[in-house]
Design a protein around this ligand. Structure first.
Ligand code: PMP
Length: 434
């Protein structure tokens, strides 16, 4: 049996000083119990009880080069010898924004922040300033950070979600300002008719449409054929700013993000997570005429820690590694093999199963046989209880995955890791009731 005494002790102690014993609400899961870790190397992470796991959590996505990659750590150490924060300009900022201009189709100009949540706010502010309009369309099941104006209908209980064609704006937390809900129009994603209708009804009020171009915070659901270009065309026709939230897809799906992958260039896009391989960065990229509002000082975007030495060095080192030949092909190939292996195992034992994603990340769910294309169908058919049991057995067998079903791969994962993981999954699946 896997030991967890030390983690349990530390959690008990932690709860006496740290609210809930964790530093982010998403880490406060009851199943599996939050573990304490003391180090990671490559594809592996070690907890305080001496258990080692093949890690598919990867810091919730950022660790695209795995744990403790020497190329990033060395670059950061070297840069920090000359200082950590100037609250002023330095050349690494330029090197990075020039690199982003080359890589990301919409990146005519760039600004940096520290987290995804805050940079989404900058994107919305630019869109409102540019259009002189207030309302924002966001989609059920999409997550854009924990702030009041976007923590809306992320995973709403179906009984309060309202009609599919006109969902309620369901607040995500106690203490959320009611006023923040008024400016948001919530719609089902991947549904063009409902989208077009909503735009027709309120077109002169809508500043922006914000979406995850692949819905990674509810399953890992791909846009339907033709959906993204049609949304873009409707936005263009009605003077609405299209924002892709690429916090997950950016530098994970490809060097040019989902926008390069799908060939759709939004007006604005946010990046974070994988961009600096585990260091806290985010950025807003966008078309010149929108970003000019920040450049001219009409739109305020500030931050004490923006573009600090550590994160700039980390991002430059990460991107230079990601630019090497074959990185994304390898990530895709490894992810696809793992997905295929899991699919075959589930078929062997006859358990309803849905696995979807482009490879560098994917989502696995136990289902009643139904398929997913939006939040409602996902919530209806997904057996979370069964998945939680699966996660616990995987942990016992030395594989760590995210409790909601998402799996991330890194360049540090090996063929042996995949084989080991499939062995653990086989045991876990065989032990399940049908
Ligand atoms: N947007 C998306 C698509 C995300 O997945 C996340 C985080 N999971 C965020 C925004 C918020 O980023 P952060 O946690 O860095 O604030």
């Amino acid at each position: 049996m896997r030991k967890s005494e030390r983690s349990k002790e530390l959690l008990k102690r932690s709860r006496r000083s740290l609210a809930g014993g964790v530093s982010s609400s998403v880490r406060a899961a009851k199943r599996p119990l939050p573990l304490f870790f003391e180090g990671g190397q490559g594809s592996k992470i070690c907890d305080v009880d001496g258990n080692e796991y093949v890690d598919y959590v990867l810091g919730q996505g950022p660790l695209i080069l795995g744990h403790s990659p020497s190329c990033i750590l060395k670059a950061v150490q070297q840069a920090l010898e000359k200082g950590q924060l100037y609250a002023a300009q330095h050349e690494m900022e330029i090197a990075l924004s020039e690199k982003l201009q080359q890589l990301i189709p919409c990146a005519e100009l760039v600004r940096y922040s520290n987290s995804g949540s805050e940079i989404v706010q900058a994107a919305l502010r630019v869109a409102r300033a540019y259009t002189g309009r207030e309302k924002v369309i966001k989609f059920e099941g999409h997550y854009h950070g924990w702030f009041d104006n976007v923590l809306i209908s992320v995973h709403p209980p179906l009984e309060s979600a309202g009609p599919l064609e006109a969902p309620n704006a369901v607040p995500g937390t106690a203490g959320q300002a009611n006023s923040a809900l008024c400016d948001v129009i919530v719609l089902p994603w991947n549904n063009l008719e409902v989208f077009e209708e909503a735009v027709i009804n309120s077109k002169h009020d809508i500043a922006a449409v914000i979406m995850e171009p692949i819905m990674c915070n509810t399953g890992c659901i791909l846009p339907r054929e033709g959906y993204l270009p049609a949304v873009q065309e409707i936005c263009n026709r009605n003077g609405i700013v299209l924002i892709f939230d690429e916090i997950i897809t950016g530098f994970r799906l490809s060097l040019s993000g989902a926008q390069g992958y799908f060939g759709i260039t939004p007006d604005l896009a946010t990046f974070g997570k994988a961009m600096a391989g585990g260091f806290p960065i985010s950025c807003l990229t966008g078309k010149q005429e929108l970003m000019e509002l920040i450049a001219e000082g009409k739109v305020n975007h500030s931050g004490t820690f923006n573009s600090n030495v550590m994160v700039m060095a980390a991002a430059l080192a990460t991107l230079s590694q990601l630019e090497s030949d074959g990185v994304y092909e390898r990530l895709c190939e490894l992810g696809t093999r793992l997905m295929q292996g899991l699919r075959e195992l589930a078929e062997e034992v006859g358990i309803g199963f849905h696995i979807e994603g482009p490879g560098p990340m994917f989502h696995l769910a136990f289902t009643d046989g139904g398929s997913f294309h939006d939040y409602r169908t996902f919530a209806e058919h997904n057996d979370m209880d069964r998945y939680h049991r699966f996660v616990e057995v995987l942990l016992d067998e030395g594989v760590r995955v995210i409790g909601r079903g998402m799996w991330y791969l890194s360049t540090a994962h090996t063929d042996e890791d995949v084989e080991f993981t499939l062995g653990a999954a086989k045991l876990a699946l065989q032990g399940m009731d049908r």
